[in-house]
Every structure is written in structure tokens, then in C-alpha cells.
Ligand binder design. Sequence first.
Ligand SMILES: [Zn+2]
Length: 368
Amino acid sequence: MAGVVGGARRGEGHPPPLFIVARGGATTTPKIGGGSARTSAISSRTFDSCRVRPLSKNHSAQIIVPNELAHLGVGGAVTRALIRAADPKWIYAGCVIPDGPWILQRAVHALPCAVDPYSLRLYCITQSSLLFCLVLAAGLAALAQAPKRVFTILALNSLVHLLLDACETKWGNGVDLLAPFFWKPWNLELFWPESLTSYLLTAFGFTYVIVVWWHGRRVPIGVSFTSHRRVATAATLFAAYVFAPLFLMSQPARANSHFLATLRATGHRSGQLLELDRARYVRGEHGDAIITFAGEEIGVAGVTGTRSGSVSVRGVFSDENTMRIDVLHEHWSRIRDSFSQIGLVVVALYWLKPCLDWLRRRFGDSAK
Ligand SMILES: [Zn+2]
């Protein structure tokens, strides 16, 4: 189902036929093909200028946390095959590391203050690269009683997570394994989030976390703050994790990662290719629109026959504020969101008891 690819490329004059990849992956023909002229505005909305507005609650809700359950299962199975007695707590922590920036992005969008969505996105792209996953893994491992072992587990699970992400189809998106030397996102487009493969991986992850639930839950947290040298090393690495992306985020911008350079270059977008992963499609009385992660409304040329909801699209700007969609895929966002939330709750619960035990031991002892 991943093979439905629009033929549109920059500079191609004739619009290719429009395909709709329906939920579940079947490809259907459109009701009406995309026209070259921009349709009129949606209801009261206008596309006279390219507007980026503060994200409303609806917009922030469309920024989806990836499916954590599948990551926990796959990461856990791979790690246990290579490192038999690996502590599930650290396995799960490693599984979450690459998604940390995206969870943070979601939290920042929920804040009442205004943040430039493009800069925030670039920061998250940079920080979620394998390079910074390893920096965070090294920082956490510096505080562990068995630093080499913990670093290996965290690094391995970060890598497995990113490789699994690379297999899932994400248009205009992907993982950065070779940063800071190469910033073009890598995506194999093997299966959609709404596919049998994805559901089987999720079911496997769900089964895995239940089966290993009892295993390792009483294993001590295994961290120590007694060595000043190691605490200083950890603090330096955490600072690098937070601040170094600020100095590198111009590189994914230059590589047009997530098509951010295209989106930002208002006034030069006509004829440019655009791919969006999980944008919001809104149907209107006088025309439809795509709402990007940044809250910009981009008019849709022609009628695609799709419903309002989360979609991935490929197409070309037919003018500055209108997109001619060549391929469209509808998502089932709510199901995916639920899988992710369950996965994050599992990780939190798994860490809760050892953390409480550690705090009780440390501060209980010092109070005596
Ligand atoms: Zn991910």
C-alpha cells in the first residue's frame, strides 16, 4: 500500500491524476481531479495571504505522538535477544528517547505563549536525530551504576526506534541517522500507520509489555549521584542535548526537511512540490483546505472527495496559497493516539515504583 506515489515533481507542467489512498490503504480514484485554479475560500476563511496563526487546541491535537506500544515491543524483543538480562526499565526509556522532542513539541503548543512553530519544529527535528538520542543516552548512562551497559541499552533502543520509524510511511518526513553530516530525512515507506503490519506490531507490543510486566519491576533503579565527576559529565551532556540543537537547526532547514523551507518561502511557492504528514483536512462549502502543523490554511485545488480529518498529502503549489493534491492518504489518528498514550503510561508506571523506592531509601536514610 506504500507504493502509491504521486508523479508530481517540481517544474512538471501537466498535473498527474489524483489518487486517494483510503483508510486501510486501498487506492481509489478521485471523484473530481485536481484543477489548476484555486478554489474559493472555505466558508469564512480566506487565502488572500499566507497566514500562520497561533495553534488552537484542535491544531495541537493533530500533532500526533507516534505509536509507543509498537516501539516497546520491538525494542524489547531485539534488546532481549542481544542482551539477555537487560532491565526493561532502561529498554523502555531508550524506546521513548527519540519521541521525547515530539512529546515536548506537543506540550509547548499547549502553552498559552506564542512560539514560532517552524523554529520549534526544526529544533525537534534536530534533537530527535540519532546524534542527540545518543547524547541524551550518554547523559543518563553517566548517572547509572553500570554506565556502559545502560548506554548500550539506551542507544540500541533509540536506534531500533528510529529504524522502525523509517519503515512507517511518513511523507515529507523521516529519520535523521547520519546527522550532523546528512540531514535529508530517510523514510522507506513500507507501511502506513493504518495497516495490518502496524496493528500486528502494536498487538505484539501490547502482549510484550504484559508478559514482561512482572519481570524486573523490583530491580533497583541503579543510579548514583555520589561521583561528582559523573554528575558533572551528565549535566554537561544534558546541557548539550538542550542547547546544541539551537546551533545545528539551520542545517535541516537548509535541507528542506519536512518541507519547512518550502512552506516558509511564501512568495516563491508556486510550482513547488509539497508533502505533508498528518495534516488536517477541512471540508468547506466553497472549497477545501489543508491545515499544516503550523496552523496555516492552504487551499485545495479541486475536490478530493475526502472527509475532514487527519491526512497525508503529496502535491504541488498551484499558486502561493493553493495546493493541487496528487496523492492523499486518510489517517485514523484517534486509534494511534490511544496506542501511544497506553505505551507512555506503561513506561511511567514501570519507572514509578523503582523511583519511589530510590527516593525513600535516599531521603528516608538521610532523615534518620
Ligand atoms: Zn518515533
